[in-house]
Design a protein around this ligand. Sequence first.
Ligand code: URA
Length: 441
Amino acid sequence: MNPVNIIVKKRDGDRLTAQEIRYFIKGYVAGQIPDYQAAALAMAIYFQGMSAQETADLTLAMAASGDQIDLHAVLPAGTIVVDKHSSGGVGDKTTLVVGPIVAACGLMVGKMSGRGLSFSGGTIDKLESIAGWSPDLELDRFLHQMQAVGLVVAGQTADLAPADKKLYALRDVTGTVNSLPLIASSIMSKKLASGADAIVLDVKCGRGSFMETLDEARKLASLMVDIGTLGGRRIVALVTQMEQPLGYAAGNSLEVKEAIAALHGESAPDFRALVESVAVEMLLLGASAGESLDEERALAKIRSVIDSGAAFELFRAFVAAQGGDVAMVDNPDLLPTAPVVLPVPAPMDGYVGRIDARCIGLTVVDMGGGRRRKEDIIDHRVGVTLAAKVGDHVVKDRPLCFVHGADEVTALAAVRRVMQAFELQTTRPQPLSTVLARFSS
Ligand code: URA
């Protein structure tokens, strides 16, 4: 077999066999197939797509490219480990809140998360705003922390789905992110390799996501549910709104602050609605046989662990267990802060009709909050905080949002750019709903 023939076959729109896919993935992970050939294949897949069978074969090859954890070999019998994954959005700090909530409700949450991808932020980059916090955990520590704390968020180690680790970083900088088969295989290979029993997928839909139309998002959700079911997992996918940034903050440190506020019970309405929807699904999927849990009871549990402070305490314990400075959790003002904060004034009185989430996400990346090349170092301080969301009334010259920049020049450029993201209108727009569709096995 020859990598060039495989690239050409896909470039010309033919179907790849499971054997060809396995050969390519194995060779790429072993370093025998270079980045430029993998980038060429990713681009061919981007334009030609893949059948459901090819996508499943690609997912399985990527999941098998490293270790596959069997959590049940070590955890007490009957333990159910739940996981959630987002397909990527702007301002999406949901894991930081949902993880501690669900763990505080008594389930084990073991998660392998990613870094930022194109305009969308990554959970690992966000958590690294907390001094000392590390995603690098050996399997022993992963398992120990899951039992001791109930929540683990690990980065992709060299041993788990290494094919995705390499491809993910490559796609980020080669314009090959928003491809349905590449996203489905990336997400599901990690989920299958990391061994959770129950998985809730948050498939984002809209300008701030990789699936702009409801039709595409539904296809991705249904494909991933099929792959998860094939892999023997309990799985639910929610298709959720990503037209405007989620909550108020986009940017690593700013999002950690917002997540901590949410754990204290203070959330933007859209963020609260999403957190509750995802957490309810996780609790229901993770409920053991014989436990009588319905949506209403699950929601009551979720609210009670926030009100009692148990979810916040769990987040604190989780940060400490992974080496993070809990003083920053107790006092979020200690988190990295940008030196320049500039308001973006409203050009007229009116209602916010639209906030282009992608424009906000790309602005954050260009300010240093994301990567343009694989080796770029993240500036955790920078970002955008919204002062108004879609549907809010705004007054001329009052701030629509604030830009948090590393210096005056980049902040001023970001102000001009972010201004274009807002569309104001004279009538109140229809509210945006949070959950647009639901798929289950
Ligand atoms: N999240 C992932 O893990 N992979 C993608 O390709 C997109 C979002």
